[in-house]
Structures are given as structure tokens and as C-alpha cells.
Design a binder for this molecule. Structure first.
Ligand SMILES: [Mg+2]
Length: 229
């Protein structure tokens, strides 16, 4: 295996049309019993743990109080996402993802994993909704750590265990859709392949200098060149 390929989920693999963020705000209100100020708050590129900590400390709780409630938040959140996706909201796969993931899944050079701010259970519900939950053999999730940079370290460790070899430098590929994904890749010195299928446009992403930047993952040959080139 030559590449550890770590996919982000929201905005990169799929979009849930607000099912995730709506379920998160509802779960926080349900568990902590108070209104959650979220005007102008941007969840994209953040871990679920980070989102809970930021929103609820700004609502007046201590970090310790928030952490104590996290397990209850996750349970309510996953139930909320499931309910939304079975009633009204539709998870939509981003253009080209299905084919790119299939090709990489069958490519002996690639180990596919996830690097996502979603908690593991939430990630599986979202991926399951579009039939893509069986493709990723390793990963790090938003309930492993609140800091996305640390999450990447965890994904690297797990990828190494899974493959039985270390991946270094540009052998590691982060596929994402936000400036945070780019910063995370640069922090680690790994390859970033970025798409504008989330909430950021190509023009907004370019100044952050990803290694490769695409509108979508649609042109599979070019995407594979970017990954293996
Ligand atoms: Mg994303």
C-alpha cells in the first residue's frame, strides 16, 4: 500500500441538507435545557466535540459541565440525525464520490479511511444513508478528540496499524472541503486534495494553498493522478 487516503464526510462525501446541524442544536437544547446561541456560528470543518464545547461555553456552561453531558448529547444527536434522514431530509452524495471511492477501494495501492469531525456513530448513520459505510477500513472521529489536528495524528496511527507500515509526508492524502482541512494537512506535512462541494467556493479555498483543488471529485482520472502522482 502506497497511500493512506483520509476522507472528510460533510461537504466532501455528502451533504445532509442541514440534518446534522439541526440534530446537533436540538440535542444540545434537550440535554442542557437551555437555548443555544448559534447566530453566525459555522460548524463546517469543526469536530462535533469542539462544536458542543464552543456553543455551550458561549451559552454559559463550563467545559467540564459540557463534557459531562456529551454521551447524552451523542445519543440524542444520532437519534435526531436518523429521524431527519428518514423523514424529510435527504443525504446527497457529492458529484463523483461514488466512482472515486469505488476505484480507490479496488486499488491495491490505497488504504481508505475517514478523518472527520463527526462522532463515529453519526458518521456511520450518514454514510449508511447513501450506502457508503462499507468502504473505509480505518479513521478518526469527532469523539476521539475535540482538536482536528490531534484527530489527524490518531488517523495516522490507526492507518499505520491497519496497513502494518508507516505512511509519511505526501503518502498521506487528506480529502476535504474546508480551510480547516487544508490547515490540518499542512500542519502534518501531508497532501491535501480539496473540493468545493461543501460551503466554500474554489475562490475561497485557493488562497489557503491546498496541493490540489477541484470543483468536485467528478473527474476520477485527474483525482487519482492528484492522489498517486
Ligand atoms: Mg467537511
Amino acid at each position: 500500500m502506497d497511500r493512506l487516503i483520509l476522507f472528510d464526510i460533510d461537504g466532501t462525501i455528502l451533504n445532509t441538507g442541514g440534518a446534522g446541524s439541526g440534530a446537533m442544536l436540538e440535542a444540545l437544547k434537550e440535554v442542557f435545557g437551555r437555548d443555544v446561541p448559534h447566530e453566525g456560528y459555522r460548524m463546517s470543518g469543526k469536530t462535533d466535540t469542539q462544536i458542543c464545547l464552543e456553543l455551550m461555553t458561549s451559552a454559559g456552561l463550563s467545559e467540564e459541565e459540557v463534557r459531562t453531558g456529551l454521551d447524552a448529547v451523542w445519543a440524542a444527536y444520532v437519534a435526531g440525525v436518523q429521524r431527519r434522514l428518514s423523514d424529510g431530509f435527504e443525504a446527497k452524495v457529492c458529484p463523483g464520490v461514488q466512482e472515486a471511492v469505488e476505484r480507490l477501494h479496488h486499488d491495491a495501492r490505497a488504504l481508505l479511511g475517514l478523518l472527520t469531525g463527526n462522532i463515529r456513530a453519526g458518521a456511520m448513520v450518514k454514510l449508511g444513508a447513501v450506502g457508503l459505510d462499507g468502504y473505509f477500513r480505518t479513521g478518526a472521529f469527532g469523539d476521539d478528540h475535540h482538536d482536528r489536528h490531534r484527530l489527524a495524528d490518531i488517523a495516522l496511527e490507526r492507518g499505520q496499524q491497519e496497513a502494518g507500515r508507516a505512511f509519511t509526508g505526501k503518502e498521506v492524502v487528506i480529502i476535504g472541503d474546508t480551510p480547516n482541512d487544508i490547515a490540518c494537512g499542512q500542519h502534518l506535512g501531508v497532501r491535501t486534495v480539496i473540493v468545493a462541494t461543501g460551503t466554500y467556493t474554489v475562490e475561497q479555498l485557493r488562497p489557503h494553498n491546498p496541493d490540489h483543488l477541484f470543483e468536485t471529485l467528478k473527474d476520477t482520472d485527474r483525482i487519482l493522478d492528484a492522489i498517486f502522482g
